[in-house]
Design a binder for this molecule. Structure first.
Ligand code: ARG
Length: 271
């Protein structure tokens, strides 16, 4: 399996906190160690650098504790960047901050017409865009994604509130394969996943509950929460190299490695 070196966007969790609850993992009464969150995040960033990826950073904004979850900042494919529109007012101000970053970086900008939480719900898998809905990203935004990016969009209906973003229930491993938690999807979406990815890795609930599916793969190395031991073993059986990271503080906000990471895909010439 060939690894591709990636250009990634991250946001240091300088102002990380759990001040509100917009998913079932968040409990504002649980103490959060912000300094530990920063150290864990730095370890994730180092892991990417060691793999040869390029990590760019957006400046964190005070008062936006979830801004660390860069995956929700946009969808960037073939040099085009679709900005986001959050469901919850607590995260609304992150959208213009990320939009400004993409614009300054020279991406061709598109604005969302409906709720769209970026790579949290929109995942490029080979020649298809898998697009989650049910909790955050609106179904209506899927049509716009297809129009902007020109990839066939496959709607994935999420049914378990703990797995509220697609990237908490499904990982793209390479151009042909994904790993996912079947129970997180409606029966129809499970049938679509079986049809599109007959060789997919099926994760257990125990793996998913530690955010094992919130993983980042370069086609060969898979960075995933160290707690997801069964999933890591299954991936190694398939020939992937697994790298465990501990993001226990960020899990208190319902986030993991993939949530902290946005893939910046250039135009065709310089993929
Ligand atoms: N607290 C954040 C929220 O609920 C976590 C976002 C996690 N991001 C992700 N890509 N799954 O919106």
């Amino acid at each position: 399996m060939d690894a591709t070196s990636q250009r990634l966007l991250m946001c240091r969790p300088t102002y990380f906190a759990v001040d509100y609850a917009i998913n079932p993992w968040m409990d504002p009464t649980t103490p959060v160690d912000a300094a530990l969150a920063v150290r864990q995040w730095e370890q994730l960033r180092q892991t990417y650098r060691d793999l040869g990826h390029t990590v760019e950073e957006i400046t964190p904004v005070p008062g936006l504790p979830d801004m660390v979850f860069a995956a929700n900042g946009g969808t960037v494919i073939d040099g085009k960047a679709m900005a986001v529109q959050f469901r919850d007012p607590q995260r609304a101000d992150e959208a213009p901050a990320y939009r400004a970053w993409f614009e300054a970086a020279g991406f061709e900008m598109y604005d969302p017409k409906h709720v769209n939480e970026g790579e949290g719900d929109i995942l490029l898998a080979g020649d298809h865009l898998l697009a989650g809905t049910g909790f955050r990203t609106a179904h209506a935004s899927h049509a716009q994604l297809q129009e902007v990016f020109g990839y066939p969009v496959i709607t994935m209906q999420l049914v378990d509130p703990r797995f509220y973003h697609l990237d908490t229930a499904l990982t793209v491993l390479d151009e042909r394969t994904v790993a996912y938690l079947p129970e997180a999807f409606s029966p129809g979406s499970q049938a679509v996943l079986r049809r599109l990815f007959p060789d997919a890795v099926h994760a257990t609930m125990a793996d998913a509950e530690v955010f094992g599916l919130n993983a980042v793969s370069d086609g060969r190395h898979v960075v995933l929460p160290v707690q997801a031991t069964d999933l890591a073993a299954k991936l190694r059986d398939r020939g992937y190299q697994t790298i465990g990271v501990d993001l226990s503080e960020l899990l208190k906000a319902g986030g993991g490695p993939k949530c902290c990471t946005l893939r910046l895909r250039q135009g065709k010439a310089s993929k």
